[in-house]
Design a protein around this ligand. Structure first.
Ligand code: PA5
Length: 476
């Protein structure tokens, strides 16, 4: 095991996964994982590795091979869009929005939309209205000039109500303002190559479109045109992103848990959950740029692992509850709970060793120790000292944590991180014995929404709803 001080032990641009403080040597036997527990999991881990490798080979898990795709068509469409548009609006939700947002926040200027076009490198402003809140959508439409706007309609299934609703509104707005002939210039689509209503509409109205490869689900689609088109439009080097993912693929293709950061992270979270009562998994990003990666991970971990039935059909109700936190901000909001509340959490810190900007605090008020000690020191030094101090304090209190360190936050390191988390999630699904690639639990809510919105074919659900409404209500 490497020392916890060796944040960049792998050197260069490789990210590292430091799990010392997940172990019993540091946080004690009742909360930390023992080597014996990891060893006992080895046979099961080897089996899950074999299963995943087999499925990958047979083509059943195409997300694994996304780092090796040809990106020419994506880049060509992105350049076409960037050449004309001042605003790029992604209409999508869930896995069709969280990945694109994570890429944007991590790799573009934190105030991208406020910069001049020149300072944005000639790239459009980027909008992600990933909710059907009328105030949000109407407000955004008020703020943009339709003549210089391209809408990117993203839905793998082609039928998600929230996305279809936004598409209908955008289409009508463009038609009214610029005429039907302008639709093709202002709307592009990303959807399944064959299936779904959006694909039918693409064919009918002849929109420019890219494909989500069949077999890649929403939360595993960040390296498809779902994430790559908006990334390329906003000026991100998508080949570098995929090169980072490929680098991580080399590391996570290894069957030995001790050499594979994704497998090790999955095993530790699984053991912490099932053996140590750590039912909550907090991801705490000590970098503004990584806050939406924590959000993306929240969906990946929750929707993939939160399952009622295992593969044999037994009721198991698996899954840790993922929580997003941001350091240092949440030290003043959540850390009190993490330190002294129920010891039912693991924390995974995300840390950046070298930030893009060097911001040094000026020397002033020499007579006040509580102020002057900051003089001459950098904000990066401060945020990283706070990260280290928080994990040390948690360790002293017997609270387990791990840390993922990015030498810098760039397309290459982010590609590694996102790929690692996807492999970690797929592997954890195998450990729990559930299917991490479906989401049966969200279906009933969708069906009831259709009934409430009078979609033909959902009359039986409507009757069910009416019966519920007849019962007494408890409202104050
Ligand atoms: O991860 C998933 O599969 C979901 O979160 C989907 O991404 C989300 O429901 C949106 O689906 P679609 O892309 O089909 O509109």
């Amino acid at each position: 095991m490497k020392g916890w001080r060796d944040a960049d032990w792998q050197g260069g641009m490789r990210i590292s996964y430091d799990f010392n403080f997940m172990m019993d040597e540091y946080v004690g036997r009742s909360d930390g994982i023992t080597r014996a527990e990891l060893d006992a999991l080895r046979p099961r881990a080897a089996k899950v590795h074999e299963e995943l490798a087999g499925k990958r080979k047979s083509g059943a898990l195409p997300f694994f091979d996304l780092p090796y795709q040809d990106t020419a068509a994506i880049k060509a469409l992105a350049e076409e869009i960037a050449a004309t548009a001042d605003n790029f609006i992604l209409l999508g939700i869930g896995g069709s929005a969280l990945g694109p947002v994570a890429l944007q926040t991590a790799l573009r200027h934190p105030y991208h939309n406020l910069l001049t076009k020149k300072a944005r490198g000639g790239r459009p402003r980027m909008f992600y209205p990933d909710n059907v809140d009328p105030d949000l959508f109407a407000g955004m439409m008020e703020a943009i000039d339709l003549k210089k706007t391209v809408f990117d309609v993203v839905t793998k299934s082609g039928g998600t109500s929230e996305t279809v609703a936004h598409f209908l509104l955008a289409r009508e707005a463009v038609t009214k303002a610029l005429g039907k002939a302008a639709l093709r210039e202002h709307i592009v689509c990303v959807t399944d190559p064959e299936k779904g209503n959006l694909r039918k509409i693409v064919k009918k109205e002849k929109y420019r479109a890219l494909e989500v490869p069949p077999g890649v689900g929403g939360r595993f689609s960040v390296f498809t045109p779902v994430g790559l088109l908006p990334a390329a439009v906003s000026g991100i080097d998508i080949d570098e992103l995929l090169a980072g993912a490929a680098d991580m693929d080399n590391r996570t293709a290894k069957g030995d848990v001790w050499e594979n950061p994704a497998y090790m992270a999955a095993c530790l979270q699984y053991l912490a959950d099932t053996k140590k009562g750590k039912r909550i998994s907090v991801m705490m990003a000590y970098a503004h740029g990584l806050r939406d990666v924590a959000d993306w991970y929240r969906q990946l971990w929750a929707e993939s692992l939160g399952k009622k039935l295992d593969l044999a059909g037994r009721v198991v109700h698996t899954g840790q509850t993922p929580v997003k936190a941001v350091g240092a901000t949440d030290q003043h909001s959540q850390v009190q709970l993490y330190m002294e509340g129920p010891n039912d959490k693991t924390l995974t810190f995300l840390r950046v060793e070298k930030f893009r900007e060097e911001v040094v605090m000026p020397r002033a008020f020499r007579e006040m120790d509580g102020v002057s000690f900051l003089g001459g020191k950098s904000l990066a030094g401060l945020i990283n000292a706070e990260q280290s101090a928080t994990e040390l304090a948690l360790m002293k209190a017997g609270r387990p944590s791990a840390r993922i360190t990015l030498p810098e936050l760039n397309a290459y390191t982010l590609g590694q991180l996102l790929y690692m988390m996807q492999v970690q999630t797929a592997f954890a699904g195998g450990l729990y014995g559930i299917n991490p690639f479906d989401q049966p639990g969200v279906e009933e809510g969708k069906l009831l929404t259709y009934a409430m919105m009078d979609r033909p074919g959902y009359e039986e659900k409507k009757r069910e709803l009416d019966a519920i409404k007849k019962k007494d209500g408890y409202v104050v």
